[in-house]
Design a binder for this molecule. Structure first.
Ligand code: ZN
Ligand code: ZN
Ligand code: ZN
Length: 347
């Protein structure tokens, strides 16, 4: 979700993930990860993420409870990382082009020791612990001045390109800001300059007053199908109180628990229409990054609003995905929200 991966051959490339590089499309300014080899799983000896599996040997980045053999949530380095943490970006020109190493971080959040227990079926408290792990990793990775952007995403189901069956999400830190987030940041900044208000706060206000695309909300968070949904049942989760950064907005247990409740409920509604989905966190870029120009983010705290976007993958409505440049959504968001509201969510 965060970056386009092209598996075309690169010149002088080897065959391992180490030979990956990032190239910038000079027309759209989009960074594309160039890989030589399939970075997919191919794990033949059982599940690497179950307790005692191959992933146990990779080292622990985060664990809850810490040091407990009966851990509930664990973060480890990714088994097939798209990004490598060591060194510098070594950004260089190649004629008019730009390229750099695939510097970054790529971590796996093992959401539970239980192989078959998907996120939506875990308890609110457990999902809140998973969210707490996300917060801890975002805070830690944003201390690294080499990274401009840190995010969390989750692919569930083979149709969504899920590499492992074991419930997990992924964290990436990159030396660039992904394209869609860049668009959002620019649009939010421009809107703020014109109106001195947060664009997403205004969107939330309108959605809550119209209540035709809203799926669910409480006093802290709202879920709705966005006005220009790209795919059927696309749903966003957002905090009602303005905050640009996920790790600040969900910095306390009460908020984590609240958001966990809404996330589980929305996932259950979506799973009634599709077992496969992507979710991705859109949050404030790393303002500590070394090369971030000082003036760039002057109004960021006021103009940007973190949120989570969930994009279900429905193969029977695959038209949406056939046109990559212009999304063609075959289900109006008003209808999608009406159907999702009707789904009975029970434990
Ligand atoms: Zn497993
Ligand atoms: Zn806002
Ligand atoms: Zn977004």
């Amino acid at each position: 979700m965060a970056v386009v991966v092209s598996k075309s051959k690169v010149r002088n490339g080897g065959t391992s993930g180490d030979a990956m590089q990032l190239r910038r499309d000079p027309i759209t300014n989009t960074w594309v990860l160039q890989a030589n080899a399939d970075t997919g799983s191919g794990d033949l000896e059982g599940c690497p993420m179950c307790p005692g599996g191959r992933a146990s040997a990779l080292g622990t980045i985060y664990e809850y409870p810490y040091g407990d053999p009966n851990w509930q949530v664990r973060v480890i380095p990714h088994l097939h990382p798209l990004y490598r943490i060591e060194g510098d970006p070594e950004r260089q020109a190649e004629g008019i082009y730009d390229r750099m190493r695939n510097l970054g971080a790529h971590e796996l959040v093992i959401e539970t020791p239980e192989h078959g227990l998907q996120l939506s079926h875990q308890s609110d408290e457990h999902v809140a612990q998973v969210l707490r792990a996300y917060v801890a990793r975002l805070v830690d990775l944003k201390k690294d001045q080499r990274f401009r952007f840190v995010t969390v995403f989750r692919n569930q189901g083979a149709a969504a390109g899920d590499d492992f069956e074991h419930p997990h999400s992924e964290i990436t830190a990159t030396p660039f800001i992904p394209r869609r987030v860049t668009y959002e940041l620019r649009a939010s900044q421009l809107y703020f300059q014109l109106k001195e208000r947060c664009l997403i706060c205004d969107v939330i206000h309108q959605e809550l007053s119209e209540q035709i695309r809203t799926v669910e909300w409480d006093e802290k968070f709202v879920a709705f199908c966005p006005y220009a949904s790209r795919v059927p049942y696309e749903t966003w989760l957002l905090p009602l109180d303005h905050n640009c950064a996920f790790e600040q907005g969900l910095g306390d247990w009460n908020s984590q628990l609240h958001f966990a409740r809404l996330l589980r409920s929305v996932l259950r509604r979506l799973e009634a229409v599709s077992s496969a989905y992507h979710f991705v966190l859109h949050t404030s870029p790393n303002t500590n990054a070394k090369f971030e120009r000082k003036g760039n983010w002057q109004t960021l705290a006021d103009d940007y609003h973190w949120h989570m976007e969930i994009l279900p993958v429905i193969p029977s409505k695959a038209k949406s995905y056939s046109l990559k440049e212009v999304y063609y959504n075959t289900l109006e968001p008003e209808t999608a929200a009406r159907e999702l509201r009707k789904v009975a969510v029970t434990d």
